[in-house]
Design a protein. Structure first.
Length: 125
């Protein structure tokens, strides 16, 4: 089976990583996961995703810090989709450079639609 693309899931909630991993793998995607932004940056050295699903609030390196470091890297960039919980304050999300937002809890089919849309954007750029 040919891969539909590669998605990186960056979230400190292991159950979210696992559910999204299983779902997107079933849809034909290759998945790379990381529990925080620092580990995600390390994994980018080995694997270039088409789309990054990024939790806003994480220990060690949160979504804002990851996004700032990621966009500063040279070369091609994936689309970044910020996963936000209702508890995330608008102030905490201000200024984070992302391509799309998805509110938690999310519908897996809706998440798939966003991944497909953002993957197309990445391929066209």
């Amino acid at each position: 089976m040919t891969s539909r693309g590669r998605v990186m899931i960056v979230d400190d909630d292991e159950s979210i990583r696992e559910v999204v991993d299983v779902f997107l793998t079933g849809e034909g995607y290759e998945i790379v996961t990381a529990p925080n932004g620092a580990i995600a940056l390390e994994r980018l050295k080995e694997s270039q995703p088409d789309v990054i699903l990024l939790d806003a609030m994480m220990p060690v390196m949160d979504g804002r810090e990851f996004a700032e470091a990621y966009w500063a890297l040279p070369g091609r960039h994936a689309s970044v989709v910020l996963l936000t919980a209702a508890a995330d304050t608008p102030e905490s999300l201000t200024g984070i450079k992302v391509d799309a937002y998805v509110a938690k809890p999310f519908d897996l089919d809706g998440l798939l639609a966003i991944v497909q849309q953002q993957q197309q954007v990445t391929r066209e750029s």
